[in-house]
Design a protein around this ligand. Structure first.
Ligand code: MEV
Length: 304
């Protein structure tokens, strides 16, 4: 069976959470993990993935977003033909790597492909958003922005995303805490913190400023400053209560072994963290140290 869509993971370099409040974020695709969707004719609507295999109408809570997405697509285009959807993914789930955006966009794109309906990226995103809203509650759109374009972006909610090529002589190490991230809960807790104390918006504004500084440092190749900026962002995310002990520990281990900066990435409370290194040698050392405590680690060179 030929795959109808292939999507990749994403890493938020800076700007998670504050992006929900209109601040900028920089995110990059991560091609070390991927998700493929296959569709074929069937006598009943059927889905097969890591969490569930069976009729779509009996699917588990974890698949509620995708189920609603498929139903809304079939209703919108008045399709009564039955299909089997297979989602085959190496993107770790609920780890801040964009697995839900990759699945939502991947399934949406595959449906348009399979039924040979011409669609713009915006139309594919609109269908994908049915699922994202159920999974995330109030998504900023940054995850779908990277996943749909498969390029690094500078993103502000509600604005057209700006393709933002990253070409710096530095290595990014990614480590999975092995703990499921809790994006929906973390986003909702940040909202409570902001509702409770107006002054906490200063942290959001500061994260926005850091994201813009990071953009500038990337453009001029100031990787030391970029690292410092990432580490500062982690401290603010910590104050917003979206880090946890394991993430903090992995961040500190990275710094101890020569990282220029390190921070959590994505929704937090688990999921993944990232560290920046200026040399391959140091990056390998950081990766080795992180792997002693992580479920999985990756490394990527940021020069194209
Ligand atoms: C999740 O990958 C990023 C958050 O900023 C939420 C969002 O932007 O929708 C935490």
């Amino acid at each position: 069976m030929k795959e109808l869509s292939k999507t990749y993971g994403k890493i938020i370099l800076i700007g998670e959470h504050s992006v929900v409040y209109g601040m900028p974020a920089i995110a990059i695709p991560f091609n070390g993990v991927e998700l493929n969707v296959y569709i074929s004719e069937n006598d009943k609507n059927f889905i097969s993935c890591k969490f569930f295999e069976g009729e779509l109408e009996n699917s588990s809570e974890e698949l509620r977003g995708i189920t609603e997405l498929v139903n809304s697509f079939l209703n919108k285009y008045q399709i009564s033909r039955k299909i089997k959807i297979i989602i085959d993914s190496t993107i770790p789930n609920e780890r801040g790597m964009g697995s839900s955006a990759a699945a939502s966009f991947g399934v949406s794109k595959a449906l348009f492909e399979y039924f040979e309906i011409d669609a713009s990226i915006d139309e594919i995103i609109e269908i994908a958003n049915v699922s994202e809203k159920i999974i995330h509650g109030n998504p900023s759109g940054v995850d779908l922005g990277v996943v749909s374009s498969n390029s690094s972006i500078y993103f502000i909610k509600g604005k057209e995303f700006e393709y933002f090529p990253i070409n710096i002589d530095a290595y990014l190490i990614i480590a999975d805490t092995g703990i499921k991230g809790k994006t929906k809960e973390a986003v909702s807790d940040v909202k409570d913190i902001l509702d409770r104390e107006e002054a906490n918006y200063d942290k959001i504004n500061m994260l926005g400023k850091l994201a813009n500084n990071a953009k500038n440092y990337i453009q001029i190749g100031e990787i030391n400053k970029l690292g410092e900026t990432m580490y500062l962002a982690h401290q603010l995310l910590k104050e917003l209560t979206v880090s946890n002990e394991k993430l903090d520990n992995l961040v500190e281990i990275s710094m101890k072994h020569g990282a220029l900066g390190a921070k959590l990435t994505g929704g937090g409370r688990g999921g993944c963290m990232i560290a920046l290194s200026d040399t391959k040698e140091k990056a390998l050392k950081i990766k080795e140290e992180l792997s002693k405590l992580s479920a999985n680690t990756w490394m990527t060179y940021l020069k194209k």
